[in-house]
Design a protein around this ligand. Structure first.
Ligand code: PEP
Ligand code: MG
Length: 589
């Protein structure tokens, strides 16, 4: 609150004292002002079936047990509320527990189960609807608002009944006019892709970290987002007026008019600054001491290549091809993939397009394929998945070689840990090329092949990989996750996710140095590359290739053009030799 009040006029900060102010991790800069759409798990498809007479008692018991579990969970949450939880939280949770124990709800549901022979989920949603309607028509504002609480407690019981913790938004009913703000417990990358089409002004989630794939997709949509908020879905109601400050990770709920006006001005100033930066689009990224830096873009879908080009990208440094595969029942075939890759290649008009082979697994799952691995981030992910599914890999490689005929495609292999994986991938590539040759399908077999450096083992023993590959791309998101043993999507350990850890920086520096000696280009395509706060540090590590979301390119380019690489390299090397933390303030101009 203090940080926020700092820049506000006195009258605004005074009226702000009564406004609910929530914090999380801001992942996309910018401001949004709009109305909340609280994504409700009540939109879950619930099963509707009639029970056999002999099953009624067991079903009532199943329902009562679920209610008991939900009430227990709520009480436990109240007891274990962290000190920094908003004051209202405990009260809200207790109200929810009371609602759940209300005979109006419990007995009526049991009645519906016996009278109409509805299954528990059906009976619960039916009764929930009746109650919500009763509350919604009440004259008293306070009581009317309880309809949202009813919906939330019903969701809680439905989730216990289903045994599933997944949430599926039903967005078909949402009519967006461009100023809606999505409020959700969590949004999977696949659901995020579904949300792309809508004109949402911001995303707020209880869970998630700054480099979770949800955050990455939000960034690619250039929509302000705050993740890891903890309580936002409980504290915000449908239709609430919200101000989102994506830089500071802050959300104001139902602010007074003076604060709204202040933020409208900030939003306008921010957009003006963005426009001014556009002048740098075609200026070269050269440091003050003449080091030329290569600036490329990360994309998730081929359409985004146009944004990359508009932002002055010199190529695509990372096309996360898995996003073509997610959120759909049938996987894209060879022709569909060929069209998608070709479309990006054509848009980039002769500039290199680095397409990463399928990186599925961990938090990015294919539709209908539940993650069953005990620890998916360490399981059958990315290249491991592709080598275990040779036909799926072959289809993608064929499509890539066909697309390469239209421009410089570079193939990037994710999650490599051994030379054997590279050899196996090269054999698969040779097979795809041979098949195309025999079938006389036009293609280009001579493509550059590079590897992601994102598993510590590879970064530590990088020399043979630098010899073997045409180029290297450092995936700092995963590298940090695996070096520090911090789940990149887990908000509870988000504070420990530390890009500035000397161990992480040493691995990046080592990779860059070895790549330089081997004469192989090295770039960073993880989120670090787009963080303007650490651009100088990356230059100090000797980095000359950056790949980031298109909208970050100009900010980073501006910073590069103000930096002296040599001076930075001396400072950074001295600190890393001693494995000391680097103070970013020491690198400032
Ligand atoms: C990375 O790990 O840094 C990376 C760029 O890949 P992804 O974020 O898709 O895992
Ligand atoms: Mg990665």
């Amino acid at each position: 609150m203090e940080a926020l009040a700092e820049g506000l006029t006195t009258s605004s900060s005074e009226s702000l004292s009564s406004t609910l102010c929530l914090y999380g991790q801001g992942v996309v800069r910018g401001y949004a002002i709009g109305r909340a759409v609280v994504m409700s798990a009540a939109a879950l498809e619930v099963a509707h079936y009639r029970l056999a007479p002999g099953d009624i008692e067991a079903e009532q018991h199943r329902f009562s047990q679920a209610v008991e579990t939900a009430v227990r969970d709520l009480h436990q949450m109240v007891e274990t509320l962290p000190d920094d939880a908003p004051r209202e939280m405990g009260v809200l949770l207790s109200v929810h527990a009371m609602l759940l124990q209300d005979p109006m709800l419990v007995q009526s549901v049991c009645q519906l189960i016996s009278d109409r022979q509805y299954n528990a989920e059906w009976a619960l949603t039916t009764q929930g609807q009746i109650l919500a309607e009763q509350f919604a028509t009440m004259d008293d504002d306070y009581l009317r608002e309880r309809s949202a609480d009813v919906r939330q407690v019903i969701e809680r019981v439905l989730r216990v009944l289903s045994g599933s913790r997944h949430w599926l938004p039903n967005l078909d009913a949402v009519d967006s006019d461009g100023s809606l703000i999505v409020v959700a417990r969590d949004i999977s990358p696949a659901d995020m892709m579904r949300l792309r089409g809508g004109k949402f002004a911001a995303f707020l989630t209880d869970l998630g970290g700054a480099t979770s794939h949800t955050a990455i997709v939000a960034r690619s949509m250039n929509v302000p987002a705050v993740v890891g908020m903890g309580w936002v879905r409980m504290l915000v109601r449908d239709g609430d007026q919200l101000i989102v400050d994506g830089l500071n990770g802050m959300v104001l709920v139902n602010p007074p008019a003076s604060v709204l006006a202040e933020y409208r001005e900030r939003q306008t100033a921010f957009l003006r600054e963005r426009d001014e930066l556009k002048a740098l689009r075609f200026a070269p990224a050269v440091t003050l001491d003449g080091v030329r830096i290569r600036m490329e873009a990360n994309i998730e879908l081929p359409e985004e290549a146009a944004d990359a080009l508009a932002a002055g990208a010199e190529g695509i440094g990372l096309f996360r091809s898995e996003f073509l595969f997610m959120g759909r029942r049938e996987l894209p075939g060879e022709d569909e993939q060929y069209e998608a890759y070709t479309s990006a290649v054509r848009t980039m008009a002769g500039r290199p397009v680095t397409i990463r082979t399928l990186d599925i697994g961990a938090d990015k799952t294919l539709d209908g394929e539940a993650t069953v691995a005990a620890n998916p981030a360490l399981g059958l992910r990315a290249i491991r998945y592709c080598l275990a599914n040779p036909e799926l890999f072959n289809t993608q490689l064929r499509a890539l070689l066909r697309a390469a005929r239209h421009g410089p495609v570079r193939i990037l292999l994710p999650m490599i840990s051994s030379l054997q994986e590279i050899q196996a991938a090269r054999r698969a590539l040779d097979r795809a090329a041979e098949e195309l040759r025999v079938a006389r399908v036009p293609h280009e077999a001579d493509v550059q092949v590079g590897a992601m450096v994102e598993i510590p083992a590879m970064a530590i023993a990088i020399e043979p990989f630098a010899e073997e590959m045409d180029f290297l791309s450092i995936g700092t998101n995963d590298l940090i996750q695996y070096v520090l043993a911090i789940d990149r999507g887990d908000k509870d350990v988000a504070a420990l996710y530390d890009p500035m850890h000397p161990a992480v920086l040493r691995l990046i520096a080592h990779t860059i140095n070895v790549g330089e000696r081997a004469g192989k280009p090295v770039s960073v395509c993880g989120e670090m590359a787009g963080d303007v706060g650490i651009t100088r540090m990356l230059l100090g590590l000797g980095l000359t290739g950056f790949s980031m979301h298109p909208q970050q390119l100009l900010d980073v380019k501006k910073e590069i053009r103000r930096a002296h690489t040599n001076a930075l390299r001396v400072k950074v090397a001295a600190a890393l030799n001693r494995a000391e933390r680097i103070d970013l303030a020491d690198l400032a101009p």
